[in-house]
Design a protein around this ligand. Structure first.
Ligand code: IVH
Length: 693
């Protein structure tokens, strides 16, 4: 370490030069051309590496280092605007430890006994702008640019509906007021824009033209929308604004705290985010960050973190700025939900109903909290519209619990020899049967009923969690059984013996017996699980529940007419027709009889005995309760006919608030006037279905 510090070897110097060049190139792509090639997280990582190397080798820091700048270069298209007070960036905390380290630096700067209050805000993932009002009139709007000089986007910003064009005439109105905040594209506006572009592309493709790039995320689409030459185009996009800071202020009231400033802005008609909170401990700051990290997708706009600011303006003054950011604030960044990686291949998987689904084989990348190596591409048209090809660098997105998605290719990095991908004409199974696509349908299918891939998927599905829930009978084991010729439909698993399993790789007597016990245990699964496990097209868990309640046994369902089935609430014509034709097939009959011979319980109906006092009511639970774990509380609600959704809406009947509740749920409930209950109130609600008086 010490040696390293004294003299940087040339490889370190080279690395720093390379980082500087690459970062500068991406800065330009992002800020000036609005055409990023890499995800933010990758950019941040490079900046971090450079910062670390610079800290280690201060002698190698150059004046043009991107670590000393805050934004992008200035584009030629819009007139330059010099910010009278620079628009600085924020330092980032990538995890709780870095947040705490910032907290300690603050206390060190102010003195340990300082009374510190924090204003915590959402970090809106949009574009920073500064709005200048003179005598109450909007006279100029500018982007951040490099922090010192930005671009004049007044005409475009003036089209944003919630940006005040003039302020109410009040005696205390400042002569000059610069309001800073974020211009962003709400998610629904982004979806509209993307859908319109996709439609346009579908038309282009069918006319034999190449598809055009589709906006990849709300932030890029928002940036593109703000930087239109024609403000009518900007106006049509539905941009919006949140105010979160002031710049130059001449005249007007004196403020002691940040939240007083925000209240003033709000009173003047500026949109100030309702989720801003003032708290007085770092523990509460951490809870806020955790809560919003978990609930970020409940908002109608994207956030990429939280911003923590000292509330007391005198304390801010005392701490001041570093070369690039204030010491009195920090951005707590959430883990990235978008990354780029290489798409190695596009393959096709065959589902239990024969549907051939193309999927991307990716070089594994950590995104949205997990490592992603594969992502579905849905169908042939989707691949064509996205125009992703093996060898492409692609943007991968994984937002919350949503399945990972390939957003699109980075066209500028496409290999020269690349060709559009073609959907295979043969099933990847050993039979290599023909894949065909019916005119007018989006799915391509393998229509060979004996297809081993379809069969394997049916068995995997049969044994899966939501169906017969057979522990140890996952994909790998099913493939082994199938390759060994031991199973030809899911019913065969009930006739396996230890000796057969011992022939499979990785099985010993103990593990074989364990698997057989698990298989045996599945014979008494409740009827809805069995119905789901059959793998009838369109027949999912909730329709299975309804059928089980209506007919009481598998034979009852089997003997019911299509009309009888269709009249069951939650079933309907499509599912009924699918069930009837499934039971008519000879292979289905054979499969059912195998299950019967194996002794699978065809009539295990578990009927909830609790009075249905919550029928049709939605009750949201947040935080920890003493008498119930999460599942238990949910079950108690559902057993009484109620629903337990994950978020609060105007339709919510009540919110049960335990210890350390989610702040967003509580806020939402307050906003919408939804009643809130403690645990005792919840118990009463479960008994009576009524809110406690
Ligand atoms: S305060 C000197 N507050 O994040 C303080 N910034 O990484 C300036 N941002 O440039 C910024 N939400 O574009 C602040 N509630 C918020 C924010 C916010 C989003 C953006 C802004 C800023 C960037 C810094």
């Amino acid at each position: 370490m010490a040696a390293k510090k004294r003299s940087a070897d040339s490889s370190v110097r080279d690395r720093m030069i390379a980082l500087r060049d690459t970062i500068n190139r991406h800065r330009r792509l992002y800020h000036t051309l609005a055409q990023p090639e890499i995800a933010d997280a990758e950019y941040d990582q490079m900046v971090r590496e450079l910062e670390e190397l610079e800290a280690l080798h201060p002698e190698l820091v150059t004046a043009d280092s991107p670590t000393l700048l805050v934004g992008g270069d200035i584009s030629e298209a819009f007139a330059p605007v010099e910010h009278r007070i620079p628009m600085t960036s924020l330092d980032n905390a990538m995890d709780v430890d870095e947040l705490r380290a910032w907290g300690e630096r603050v206390l060190k700067g102010l003195g340990d006994d300082a009374d510190v209050r924090y204003c915590v805000e959402l970090k809106i993932d949009g574009l920073a702008v500064s709005l200048r009002y003179e005598q109450g009139r909007l006279v100029q709007a500018a982007t951040r640019g490099d922090g010192r000089v930005g671009e004049d986007v007044t005409a475009n910003v003036a089209t944003i509906a919630n940006v005040p064009k003039s302020l109410p005439s009040r005696l205390d109105l400042p002569d000059v007021l610069e309001v800073r905040g974020e211009v962003y594209l709400p998610i629904d506006a982004f979806e509209r824009l993307r859908a319109a572009k996709e439609l346009e592309n579908a038309e282009r493709v069918s006319a034999g033209k190449k598809p055009e790039p589709v906006p990849v995320n709300p932030r890029n689409a928002g940036a593109g929308s703000l930087r239109q030459k024609d403000s009518a185009v900007t106006a049509s996009r539905g941009l919006a604004f949140w105010a979160y800071q002031v710049g130059e202020v001449v005249g007007g009231p004196e403020f002691a705290s940040h939240h007083d400033t925000l209240d003033f802005l709000s009173a003047l008609g500026f949109p100030v985010n309702p989720n801003i909170r003032v708290v007085d401990s770092l523990a509460e700051v951490e809870a806020y960050c955790r809560d919003w990290q978990e609930n970020r997708h409940q908002l109608g706009y994207e956030i990429d973190g939280a911003v923590v600011k000292l509330d007391d303006l005198a304390q801010r003054e005392a701490l001041g700025f570093t070369a690039r950011a204030p010491r009195w604030a920090i951005a707590f960044k959430f883990p990235p939900e978008e990354r780029t990686t290489i798409l190695d291949d596009i393959q096709v998987s065959i589902g239990r109903t024969g549907r051939a689904t193309p999927f991307a084989v990716l070089q594994p990348v950590f995104v949205g909290g997990s490592t992603v190596g594969m992502a579905t591409l849905h169908n042939e048209d989707q691949v064509r519209l996205k125009d992703v090809r093996p060898g492409d660098t692609v943007i991968v997105r994984k937002a919350g619990d949503v399945i990972p998605e390939v957003v699109g290719p980075v066209l500028s990095l496409r290999p020269k020899a690349s060709k559009p991908w073609k959907f295979p004409t043969k099933c990847p199974c050993p039979l290599q049967s023909t894949l065909s696509r019916t005119e007018g349908e989006s799915d391509t299918r393998c229509v060979e009923p004996g297809c081993p891939n379809q069969r394997d998927q049916r068995i995997i599905y049969f044994a899966s969690r939501g169906a017969m829930d057979i522990e140890g009978l996952g994909e790998r084991t099913v493939f082994q059984l199938s390759d060994a010729g031991l199973v030809s439909d899911p019913g065969d698993i009930y006739f396996l013996d230890v000796e057969q399993l011992l022939t499979l790789e990785g099985f010993g007597r103990l593990s074989a017996e364990k698997l057989l016990a698990a298989i045996d245990g599945s014979k008494t699964r409740p009827l809805p699980k069995l119905l789901t496990a059959l793998g009838v097209k369109h027949l999912g868990p909730s329709a299975s529940e309804a059928l089980a309640r209506a007919f009481g046994s598998l034979d009852g369902v089997m003997n019911a007419s299509q009309d009888d089935l269709a009249t069951v609430d939650g079933v309907g014509d499509v599912i009924a027709a699918s069930i009837t034709s499934w039971f008519e097939r000879p292979d289905s009959k054979e499969f059912i009889e195998k299950l019967r011979r194996a002794g699978v319980d065809f009539g295990n109906v578990e009927v909830s005995r609790a009075p249905q006092v919550l029928a049709g009511k939605a009750v949201v639970v947040t935080g920890t309760l003493d008498g119930f774990d999460r599942d238990g509380a949910e079950r108690a609600i559902k057993d009484r006919g109620g629903k337990s959704p994950g978020s609060v809406s105007a339709k919510t009947f009540a919110v049960v608030v335990g210890r350390e509740p989610g702040a967003s749920k509580v806020t939402k409930a307050e906003e919408l006037g939804v009643p809130m209950l403690d645990e005792a109130g919840f118990v009463q609600l479960l008994e009576t279905g009524e809110l406690p008086a």
